[in-house]
Design a protein around this ligand. Structure first.
Ligand code: T1G
Length: 678
C-alpha cells in the first residue's frame, strides 16, 4: 500500500506532503511516513530546510480517533515530533483548513508555522474527554504563554490564523492560494539561522508570576466544565508547563492523558463524536440522492418558535418570508427577532452590520400568496391537528409544486398532516427545540410517504443552519419527548410517594443535567395551558396556579425565587403535594436518591429500546444525539443508550424490575445477549 506521505524536492527545500483523506488524520501510516520523511531530510546534506503540508481540505486534523481504544501501533506521534523538533534544519508547517489536536501538535513541533488566512488552529482534545497527548500542553504555553494557552487547551475551540498570529502561534499569514510557494520562500529565509524550539521556550512566566491564574481560570469556566474530567486535567497539564522542566512536564501530560483515555468519559465522548456524524446519515436513502435547492424559506407563525426558526435561516444567509394572521402579531414577532439579534451583537458575537444583513433577508407578510415561490415552508402554528391540517391545506393550494412542506409539531402525527395535502411525499416534520435559534437539535420526522430527496435535502440543510439532526419515525413524541414523558411520569409519581420535589431536581442536577423537571416547569411557566379557573383544582399544577404560583416569571412556582432568581423550596408547595397525596391515599415514605435516579432514567432507556424495536430511530446512537442536543443529557456519559451500556443493560433491567417498572423484550434480549443496542 502506498504511503499517504510523499516528498518533493524544491532545490534545497524538501516538501513533505500528506494525502490522507478525508482530514489527514495522523494514523499509523501517516506517522510512519512523517518519520521516514524527517529522516530523509536530516540525512541529505543537499536539503537545508523542510516544509510540511497536506493535500485535500485540511492540514492534519488530529490523531486518528478510530485508532483509540485499540493496541497502539508505532511509531508514536511524540517520538516523531521530537525527532522533527531536534532538527537543526528549519522545519516549517504550512497550514490550511483546520490544524487540530495532533495536527496542531505537529505544527508546534515545527520551528515555524505559516498559515493561509482562512486556516484555524486548535486543541479540541477536551471535546473527546482527553487532553493533547503529543506534548501540546507543554509546547504551547512555552510558545504563547499561559494566558493564551489556557483557553485553547481547556476550552478546545479553534482560533483563526490571524488570532494565532496575534499570540505567536503562527509566524506569518501567507497567500490563500500560494501556501506552498510562500512556505518554501519562508523556509529559505530561515536557512542558516538557529532554529527556535517551542520546547525550549520560557517556562511560561505568567504561570509562575501569577500562581492564582489557574484557580481564577478554573472558576471562570466552572459552569461549562461541571462534571467533565478533561478540562481540569488540561489545567493541571498547562500548570506543569510552568512549574516543571519540559521532560517532567511531558511525563505529567502523559500520565493525565493515559488516565483520561482509560476512563468512561473519553469513551463516551468519542462515541458521541461519531454518533453525531452518523445521525446525519439515513441508511436507506442513497448518498447521491439529488437535493432540492433551498433558496427561499417560508415560516408560518411569528411567535417564539416561528421567530427562532426563522433566525436559523436568516443567520445562514437564506431569505425568509414570515407569515402571521395579524399585523400586530407580525410586528411583535419581527421585533423580538431584531431584539434577539441585537442582544447577540451586544455580547460581541455578531456585528451591527450582520444584524442588518440578517434582518434584511426577512420579509414579513399577512398573505399566503407571498409563500408561493418558497422552496421550503415550515409551519410553527398552534399545536392542534385541526389548525395544522387547515394550514397545510392552504399551503397545498398556494405553494409551488416541488416545495417541501414541513411541520414543527412536537408530537402530532405527521402522516395525518401529510394526508391533508395532495403532496404527502413533500411533507416532513422539522421539530425544533425552544429556543429554536439556540438549541442545536432538530428532529426530522419521516412520514410514511416522505420522499428521499426531501429527507436528504432537510438533513443537508440542518448542517447549513448549524443544527444536529436525527431522524424519527412517526409516533407520539417522536424520540425525545416520548422518552421525556416516561421520566416525567416517574417524577410526578415520586413526589406523590414522599420524595421531595427538590431532591428529584437535585438527582438530575448531580447526574449532570442543567436542571430538573420542577425547575424546568418553573422556567417554562407553570401556567402554560392553565384553564385560568382557580376554583377548578384537580392537579398539583392547577393548585399552584390557583395559588398564584406561575413559576420564575412571577417569583414563585414550585420554588420561591429571590431577585437574583435563586430558588428555595416552598413549604406551601410541599403541603399542597402532601394534600394531594393524602387525597389519593398515597402512602408516604423516605425515598433514596438512588431510587429516584433509577426511576427517572431507567424507564427512559426502556422507552429508547422500544423506539429502536419499532424502528422509530435508526440507531441507538441517534437517541443519544437527541438527548444530548435537545435535553442536556450530560455529554460525558455519551447519552442515555451509551450510558445504559456503560452501567450494564442487565443493571437497568434489574433496576426496572426492582421498582416494578415495565421492561421491553428488546431491552431484556439485549441485556441477556451482547449488552449492546447497536
Ligand atoms: N480521526 C478519524 N476520523 C476523523 C477525524 C479524526 N480525527 N476527524 C474527522 N474524521 C472523519 C469524520 O468521522 C467524518 O467521517 C469525516 O472525517 C469528515 O469529518 C494526539 C490525541 C476536522 C473540523 O478532535 O473536528 O489528536 O462520517 O464530517 O464537518 O494529542 O472532523 O465521512 O465517515 O466532521 O468538515 C483531535 C475532529 C483528535 C478533530 C472537519 N482532533 N474532527 O469537520 O467534516 S485527538 C479532533 C473535526 C488528538 C493528539 C490527540 C472535524 C473537522 P465520515 P466531518 P467537517
Amino acid at each position: 500500500m502506498t504511503s499517504p506521505i510523499r516528498t518533493e524536492r524544491h532545490d534545497n527545500v524538501l516538501v513533505v506532503i500528506s494525502d490522507n483523506p478525508p482530514v489527514n488524520a495522523l494514523g499509523q501510516a501517516v506517522r510512519a511516513g512523517l518519520k521516514d520523511a524527517i529522516e530523509e531530510a536530516l540525512s541529505d546534506d543537499a536539503i537545508e530546510a523542510v516544509v510540511i503540508r497536506c493535500d485535500g481540505r485540511t492540514f492534519f486534523a488530529g490523531a486518528d480517533i478510530t485508532e483509540f481504544g485499540k493496541p497502539p501501533v508505532g511509531p508514536n506521534l511524540p517520538e516523531t515530533l521530537d525527532a522533527m523538533e531536534a532538527s537543526d534544519k528549519p522545519v516549517i508547517a504550512a497550514i490550511h483548513g483546520t490544524a487540530l489536536g495532533g495536527g496542531c501538535e505537529v505544527a508546534l513541533a515545527c520551528h515555524y508555522r505559516v498559515a493561509v488566512p482562512s486556516a484555524k488552529l486548535g486543541l479540541p482534545e477536551v471535546k473527546l474527554g482527553l487532553i493533547p497527548g503529543a506534548a501540546g500542553t507543554q509546547r504551547l504555553p512555552r510558545l504563547v504563554g499561559t494566558e493564551a494557552a489556557l483557553p485553547l487547551v481547556v476550552g478546545g475551540n479553534p482560533i483563526s490564523a490571524k488570532k494565532a498570529q496575534g499570540i505567536g502561534l503562527v509566524d506569518e499569514i501567507v497567500g490563500e492560494d500560494s501556501l506552498e510557494a510562500d512556505a518554501i520562500a519562508f523556509a529559505r529565509s530561515r536557512i542558516g539561522q538557529p532554529v527556535p524550539r517551542a520546547s525550549e521556550g520560557t517556562a511560561n512566566e505568567d504561570g509562575v508570576r501569577d500562581p492564582d491564574l489557574f484557580d481564577r481560570f478554573r472558576a471562570s469556566q466552572a459552569r461549562r466544565i461541571r462534571g467533565f474530567d478533561a478540562p481540569n486535567a488540561a489545567i493541571e497539564a498547562v500548570k506543569a508547563a510552568g512549574t516543571m522542566s519540559y521532560v517532567e512536564g511531558v511525563k505529567k501530560e502523559r500520565e493525565l492523558f493515559t488516565e483520561l483515555m482509560s476512563g468512561t468519559q473519553s469513551a463516551a465522548m468519542r462515541h458521541y463524536f461519531f454518533a453525531e456524524r452518523a445521525a446525519n446519515k439515513i441508511d436507506d436513502v442513497p448518498k447521491d440522492t439529488p437535493l432540492i435547492p433551498i433558496k427561499k424559506v417560508g415560516v408560518i407563525g411569528a411567535g417564539t418558535m416561528g421567530g427562532g426558526i426563522s433566525m436559523n435561516f436568516l443567520s445562514a444567509g437564506i431569505p425568509v418570508t414570515i407569515l402571521e394572521m395579524s399585523q400586530d402579531a407580525l410586528d411583535r414577532g419581527t421585533g423580538t427577532m431584531r431584539k434577539n439579534y441585537e442582544n447577540t451583537a451586544k455580547k460581541g458575537r455578531m456585528t451591527a452590520d450582520q444584524v442588518e444583513q440578517a434582518m434584511g433577508l426577512l420579509t414579513p407578510t399577512l398573505s399566503y400568496d407571498d409563500l408561493a415561490d418558497c422552496d421550503l415552508v415550515i409551519e410553527a402554528v398552534y399545536e392542534s391537528m385541526d389548525v395544522k391540517k387547515e394550514v397545510f391545506g392552504k399551503l397545498d393550494e398556494v405553494v409551488k409544486q416541488g416545495a417541501i412542506l414541513a411541520s414543527n409539531t412536537s408530537y402530532l402525527d405527521v402522516n395525518e398532516i401529510a394526508a391533508a395535502t395532495q403532496r404527502p411525499g413533500y411533507v416532513v416534520g422539522m421539530h425544533f427545540f425552544s429556543p429554536a435559534n439556540i438549541m442545536k437539535l432538530l428532529e426530522v420526522v419521516r412520514g410514511e410517504k416522505t420522499r428521499d430527496d426531501v429527507l436528504a435535502t432537510v438533513m443537508k440543510l440542518s448542517k447549513t443552519i448549524g443544527k444536529v439532526a436525527a431522524v424519527s419515525g412517526v409516533c407520539p413524541g417522536f424520540i425525545g419527548n416520548r422518552m421525556l414523558s416516561k421520566r416525567q411520569e416517574q417524577a410526578n409519581a415520586l413526589i406523590m410517594e414522599g420524595a421531595k420535589y427538590w431532591e428529584v431536581d437535585e438527582v438530575l442536577l448531580d447526574f449532570g443535567f442543567p436542571m430538573g423537571p420542577f425547575q424546568m416547569a418553573d422556567l417554562a411557566g407553570i401556567d402554560i395551558g392553565w384553564h385560568r379557573d382557580p376554583s377548578k383544582v384537580t392537579t398539583i399544577r392547577e393548585a399552584l396556579c390557583a395559588g398564584g404560583r406561575f413559576g420564575q416569571k412571577n417569583g414563585k412556582g414550585f420554588y420561591d425565587y429571590d431577585e437574583a432568581r435563586q430558588r428555595t423550596p416552598s413549604d406551601e408547595v410541599q403541603a399542597i403535594i402532601a394534600d394531594f397525596a393524602a387525597t389519593e391515599g398515597k402512602e408516604q415514605r423516605e425515598i433514596s436518591k438512588d431510587e429516584i435516579r433509577e426511576r427517572l432514567l431507567y424507564p427512559m432507556v426502556n422507552e429508547g429500546a422500544k423506539i429502536l424495536e419499532e424502528g422509530m430511530a435508526q440507531r441507538a446512537s441517534d437517541i443519544d444525539v437527541v438527548w444530548i442536543n435537545g435535553y442536556g443529557w450530560p455529554l460525558y456519559t455519551g447519552g442515555p443508550m451509551f450510558w445504559a451500556q456503560t452501567i450494564g443493560l442487565d443493571t437497568v433491567v434489574e433496576g426496572l424490575e426492582k421498582h416494578d417498572l415495565p421492561v421491553s423484550n428488546y431491552l431484556r434480549e439485549r441485556a441477556a445477549g451482547s449488552g449492546k443496542f447497536d
